[in-house]
Design a protein around this ligand. Structure first.
Ligand SMILES: *[C@@H]1O[C@H](CO)[C@@H](O)[C@H](O)[C@H]1NC(C)=O
Ligand SMILES: *[C@@H]1O[C@H](CO)[C@@H](O)[C@H](O)[C@H]1NC(C)=O
Ligand SMILES: *[C@@H]1O[C@H](CO)[C@@H](O)[C@H](O)[C@H]1NC(C)=O
Ligand SMILES: *[C@@H]1O[C@H](CO)[C@@H](O)[C@H](O)[C@H]1NC(C)=O
Ligand SMILES: *[C@@H]1O[C@H](CO)[C@@H](O)[C@H](O)[C@H]1NC(C)=O
Ligand SMILES: *[C@@H]1O[C@H](CO)[C@@H](O)[C@H](O)[C@H]1NC(C)=O
Ligand SMILES: *[C@@H]1O[C@H](CO)[C@@H](O)[C@H](O)[C@H]1NC(C)=O
Ligand SMILES: CC(=O)N[C@H]1CO[C@H](CO)[C@@H](O)[C@@H]1O
Length: 643
């Protein structure tokens, strides 16, 4: 009888007991096809059980372990119940949510054990969550549960709230399982409409509004743009197009924005940087306010390129490759691996550390890096729109190669290029990789076409770099021949398949650009005056803080002088603005898309002082900016045609 019981307990431990670890998606691999990059939750559980046993058997613990510090909260039966920390937790980084679907959304928090000395690393912290359809958190939660976090994932916690209703607002909160009175702030989030919801019913018939950001460099200023979007707009979903963190150190001390740590290399470095960014009040408010959809892994990959280029310059390519393979073979990515390498110089580790920390800290779902046909994350939001996020970074050669050489064509980096240019290189690779597949093109088959086939009105493409040809002296974003060829294919596809209502959202450039989409230099089909012959619109947004390509800190008057020239030289460009940091919103209903650009008056201190610099209208079916562009009047920057 007794032995049978023991067998049951043992089985219970090995088969079920990792549930509380597994519920926390921060332990999982960032990538669905790379299970070797996940934490081994069985091993964590085994470690944990080992300590639990000690609690039961070794009452004369020689290392000062005391039962009362780590009691179980699951009652008296210790056999199958984990020991958890009950010294109190601190929800140090508020809450966040992201990647909403029609029935689920990811919820995020961080629960750090209180006390000067962190608890034994084998003791998990237990966190519960609840999600409600009302802001009083009353009635029965639609979903709830417990999950573990621990030292191994930087005490981050990411759970999927399931069984939710489509197109509905939700309020959620976390608590300490061992002391339910200790609660996190309440977060607001929502689900998106089911893909077959009629367009006019999406978001209860109100326009669905995105707030769109890129390039938030901590040392360059306060993230007021996030704060203004959260406090002063009715944005439903926050979209980040890349450069959410920066790997570099910079002199932000003058304005109280000194970056901690060093240039990022190890997982500890990346975690510290994310930790610091997420203390910014504006960013906190924005994560609390609404779910985020981000381009998967932005700057970390850029950092990798940076690193790679530097290395390639120093080392012979073979050496770099060799070192890299050695690291990969051992998959030194988890807490057991090279992430704790004291040198911090391991190239492979840096790449993995960036991905790992991003996965821990961001409310994002796993992605599938092996499926090169699936380079998009597509959010079908009723029949109103498809939001397609181009996940370029995971397809950058380094990361892709890491996942056992999926065969993406390799492009030798241009060694003379800057980090900035390497972004374009990535883009080229992505496009080339799908170009190999005959029935696909960038915007294209299947997403754009299937979006059209399923009768969605708008096709919104979130991606990183400015698409329209821009001749800007000293900052030529059209420097890549391959990129040009690919852009040609994309435009051919849109024109050829008569795919209408495409709106491209772009970041990366640190300035504002609004353009009709048309073939570069084509003034035969396209008329820049009326917009006739265009096939869509591009809204490219400036940086949250990163400095202007026109010159760091450039004033509006000086920036406008440059813009004046640019709108003349560039056929498709209808508005240029280069002084203000900020963001834009895009509000969509069945008939109209309205983009409003917001300019921050001062990012040298935390404030909500901003103004709308320009507003653009796109009518469904028109495939161009409504004339007069911006109503003929802007509060900053320069229109091509002033009325
Ligand atoms: C909780 O964390 C916040 C943010 O790090 C910190 O300011 C605060 O002092 C912490 N509270 C306790 C009780 O440790
Ligand atoms: C593209 O072609 C592949 C292979 O020929 C096929 O399996 C796939 O269904 C096609 N996709 C579309 C969207 O036509
Ligand atoms: C690019 O713009 C500059 C002015 O900024 C102009 O002098 C030059 O001719 C333009 N180049 C092309 C290829 O249009
Ligand atoms: C557009 O015209 C300019 C000036 O002739 C040229 O430099 C540029 O390469 C052209 N762009 C494309 C995409 O052909
Ligand atoms: C869509 O939004 C536009 C601009 O806000 C508004 O003028 C129009 O009436 C709205 N259309 C519908 C069908 O609600
Ligand atoms: C921005 O605020 C700082 C103080 O934080 C001030 O010194 C500076 O003059 C302000 N800049 C502008 C353009 O108002
Ligand atoms: C944003 O809202 C805050 C109050 O919540 C207000 O103090 C601030 O002036 C507003 N900013 C703008 C640009 O309206
Ligand atoms: C540098 C480093 O930490 N390398 C480790 C990678 O992982 C293997 C085992 O998986 C270790 O043997 C290496 O020491």
């Amino acid at each position: 009888m007794l032995s049978l019981l023991l067998v049951c307990v043992a089985l219970g431990v090995s088969s079920n007991a990792t549930v509380l670890f597994d519920r926390n998606l921060a332990y999982s691999s960032p990538f669905v096809n790379a299970p070797h990059l996940s934490h081994n939750t069985r091993a964590l559980q085994a470690r944990h059980v080992e300590f639990a046993k000690r609690q039961l058997s070794d009452t004369q613990s020689s290392d000062g372990f005391k039962d009362e510090h780590y009691p179980t909260f699951y009652g008296g039966d210790f056999s199958n119940s984990p020991w958890v920390y009950n010294g109190g937790v601190n929800f140090t980084h508020h809450v966040a949510s992201g990647d909403p679907l029609d029935n689920s959304v990811l919820l995020w928090t961080r629960a750090v054990p209180n006390g000067a000395v962190p608890p034994d690393q084998s003791i998990p912290v237990c966190v519960s969550f609840k999600i409600f359809d009302n802001d009083r958190l009353s009635g029965r939660p639609l979903d709830s549960g417990d999950a573990f976090t621990s030292y191994d994932v930087d005490f981050t916690l990411k759970v999927e709230a399931q069984n939710l209703k489509p197109d509905t607002h939700y309020w959620f909160q976390f608590a300490d399982c061992t002391n339910p009175k200790t609660v996190s702030p309440v977060g607001m989030t929502r689900t998106i409409a089911k893909s077959d919801t009629p367009a006019h019913q999406v978001n209860g018939g109100k326009p669905l509004t995105f707030a769109v950001f890129s390039c938030s460099r901590y040392q360059d200023g306060y993230f007021n743009a996030y704060g203004v979007a959260a406090q002063n707009t009715s944005a439903d979903i926050f979209v980040h197009l890349g450069d959410y963190i920066y790997e570099s150190l910079g002199s932000g001390a003058k304005i109280g924005r000194k970056t901690l740590g060093r240039e990022l290399a190890t997982i500890a470095d990346y975690r510290l940087r994310l930790n610091q960014y997420r203390t910014d009040a504006g960013l906190v408010a924005a994560h609390v306010k609404a779910p985020w959809i981000t381009v998967w892994v932005s700057v970390p990959a850029q950092a990798l390129y940076h690193r790679r280029i530097k290395r390639s310059l120093q080392d012979d390519h073979e050496v770099a490759d060799q070192a890299w393979k050695a690291g990969t073979a051992n998959s030194n990515d988890t807490s057991l691996g090279c992430s704790f390498s004291p040198s911090g110089a391991c190239f492979t580790d840096r790449k993995l550390a960036a991905v790992r920390a991003y996965h821990e800290w961001m409310p994002i779902r796993q992605v599938d890096p092996d499926d090169k046909l699936r380079i998009w994350r597509n959010f079908e939001i009723g029949k109103l729109l498809d939001l397609t996020m181009l996940d370029t970074r995971q397809y950058d050669r380094d990361i892709t190669d890491l996942y056992y050489n999926t065969g993406i064509r390799s492009h030798a980096p241009n060694l003379r290029s800057t980090t900035c240019a390497s972004v374009k290189l990535t883009f080229t690779i992505v496009i080339d990789s799908i170009a190999d597949v005959k029935n696909r093109s960038l915007m294209g088959t299947p997403q754009e076409s299937s979006s059209k086939k399923r009768d969605a009105i708008w096709r919104i493409v979130g991606q990183q770099i400015v698409f329209t040809q821009l001749n800007e002296s000293g900052f030529d974003v059209d420097a890549w021949d391959g990129y040009r060829a690919n852009r040609q294919r994309i435009l051919d596809h849109l024109y050829g398949e008569k795919i209408d209502n495409t709106i491209i959202l772009s970041g990366d450039s640190h300035a504002n650009w609004v353009s009709d989409l048309a073939h570069p230099n084509d003034t035969t089909t396209y008329d820049p005056k009326t917009g006739k012959g265009a096939i869509g619109v591009e809204f490219a947004g400036t940086a949250v803080t990163s400095t202007s390509p026109f010159g760091a800190g450039i004033g509006p008057a000086a920036a406008d002088k440059i813009s004046q020239q640019l709108v003349q030289v560039n056929t498709d460009l209808q508005w240029s603005e280069g002084s203000y940091r900020g963001f834009f919103t895009l509000a969509l209903n069945t008939t109209t898309a309205v983009a409003t650009y917001y300019a921050m008056r001062n990012v040298s201190n935390p404030n909500l002082d901003a103004f709308a610099s320009a507003t653009f209208v796109v009518k469904a079916g028109a495939n161009k900016l409504e004339r007069p562009v911006a109503g003929g009047k802007v509060n900053a920057g320069v229109l091509k045609i002033q009325l």
